[in-house]
Design a binder for this molecule. Structure first.
Ligand code: PNW
Length: 482
């Protein structure tokens, strides 16, 4: 009964959201009035999009045969998340997905990145697929295609099936991930052209198994953490091979990684070279391993006896060639050249360094330029996407339903200005996925941090476009940032 009410209300409100977006309350300036030269034009066919993830938006955690993931278990463990909040309902996108596709359509995006909940499709992680779970993603894909939005699918955005013994501590999980990837690519690659294997290695390895702030909430010693990291990159590689073997020919495969982005303190040759060295070393267990098919000598020396145990053939699997690299870009690391053996130093952040509403979200818009440039210069990927960028803000909704998030617009505008620089210098940047389409379950921060272009009232599920949604629609329609 409660769900029905919420659903009906949500439906009405998605219509209302479209009306608000189109209404005179945010007057549009006629494009003819804008001197074209004042706009930073993106390349033709640049792909503008939004991103979300399953556990953060779907809710319906025990519907149609879904079984728990480690995030269900973790969020239901007292003391682990803000006010004990869980993803049980989240944005109820499991039921409201059609309305959410309309939000995307109203923005004018061409691409949408979302993730599949592994335990919806394989409730036990392996074994028999759950048809009803798979049907949901078929419906989402159909709805997107009907609205001319290309689906870009993430296979794993942290919600590991709880049933898998040992989680990422077990090498069998890597194999299970490959099998799951094979099944999904068989089911969807006729209509889905792009797959991301994993999202952000550190967040489900280090933060989950070493710091304990994310699921499964463990604090294991370094040797075990390094082995977990190895299983994670191995899983990625196994999935790449599984999709190549089972997906339609030409399916594009990559990953979405929040690589450490090393920004040279000053744009001079010595600091740029230091930033390149730092990029390889700071990402050694993850992106560097994936793009080079080996662990750096520096990483192996630093870890010594704690280094991962690598079986014959693993590194080749991990280094399987990719069609593109996806980068989730948030916070810069400022790097300077140094005479030490590694040849660089990562600067400490001053207390006054500006940040957005999440305490880790420091603002340095040039981060997005250097993310693209460092990765391109070092590894020369065929194509790059920004798979996430965006920010939390202390949004306030007025009585008449307006969210004037000028701080988020400032954040986004500045980042896109620096992304424009990367595109205009010829780096192969194909698209940008803004995090996020709508406010959602922000992991351990629960619902206390809002990243959406649409404000969500979590009691009613009403979605309201913020000023940033109106702004992003302008960016997309002009293919330019001001
Ligand atoms: C990413 N940090 O997570 C994730 O891919 C999203 O699911 C998430 O909602 C978004 O960014 C915003 O947080 C991160 O502590 C979470 O540095 C934490 C950190 C970085 C990224």
């Amino acid at each position: 009964m409660k769900t029905l009410t919420r659903r009906r209300f949500g439906k009405t409100m998605a219509g209302a959201a479209a009306a608000a977006l189109a209404s005179a309350s945010f007057p549009r300036i006629a494009l003819a009035q804008m001197p074209a030269a004042s706009l930073l034009q993106f390349p033709p066919n640049f792909l503008w999009g939004c991103a979300t993830a399953a556990y953060q938006i779907e809710g319906a955690v025990s519907e149609d045969g879904r079984k728990p993931s480690v995030w269900d278990t973790f969020s239901h463990t007292p003391g682990k998340t803000f006010h004990g909040e869980t993803g049980d309902v989240a944005d109820d996108s499991y039921h409201l997905y059609k309305e959410d596709v309309q939000l995307l359509k109203n923005l004018g995006v061409k691409v949408y990145r979302f993730s599949i909940s592994w335990s919806r499709v394989f409730p036990d992680g392996t074994g028999q697929p759950n048809q009803k779970g798979m049907d949901y993603y078929q419906r989402v894909v159909d709805e997107l295609l009907k609205n001319n939005i290309a689906p870009y699918i993430t296979l794993f955005h942290w919600d590991l099936p709880q049933a898998l013994p040992g989680g990422w501590q077990s090498r069998d999980t890597s194999k299970a991930f490959g099998d799951y990837a094979a099944y999904i690519s068989k089911q969807l690659s006729d209509r889905v052209g792009h797959f991301f294997t994993t999202n952000e290695f550190t967040c489900f390895t280090d933060i989950g198994y070493k710091e304990g702030r994310f699921a499964p909430g463990l604090k294991l010693p370094d040797a075990q953490v390094n082995q977990i990291r190895h299983h994670a990159v191995l899983a990625h590689g196994m999935a790449v091979q599984a999709i190549r073997a089972n997906g339609k020919a030409g399916t594009q495969i990559g990953l979405a990684e929040n690589a450490a982005v090393c920004v040279p303190v000053i744009e001079t040759r010595e600091h740029i070279e230091a930033a390149h060295r730092a990029t390889r070393e700071e990402n050694a267990p993850f992106l560097t391993a994936v793009l080079e098919g080996k662990y750096t000598d520096g990483y192996l020396q630093r870890e010594g006896a704690n280094a991962p145990k690598v079986e014959a053939g693993d590194m080749k699997i991990i280094g399987s060639p990719l069609d593109f690299v996806g980068l989730n870009v948030y916070t810069p690391e400022y790097v300077r050249a140094d005479a030490s053996p590694v040849g660089y130093v990562v600067e400490k952040r001053q207390a006054s360094f500006p940040r957005m509403a999440s305490d880790w979200l420091y603002i340095g818009p040039e981060v997005i330029y250097w993310a693209v440039r460092n990765v391109s210069d070092i590894w020369k990927p065929k194509a790059l996407y920004i798979t996430e960028n965006g920010c939390s803000a202390d949004d306030v909704i007025t009585a008449d339903g307006r969210v004037e998030d000028t701080d988020r617009v400032m954040y986004l505008r500045n980042h896109l200005t620096h992304l424009h620089r990367a595109a205009s210098e010829g780096y192969p940047i194909k698209g940008y996925f803004l995090w996020s389409l709508l406010d959602n379950y922000e992991w351990a921060d629960g619902y206390s941090k809002r990243f959406g272009l649409h404000y969500v009232d979590f009691k009613t599920q009403a979605r309201t476009p913020k000023l940033s949604a109106v702004w992003y629609r302008e960016v997309i329609s002009r293919n330019a940032v001001e």
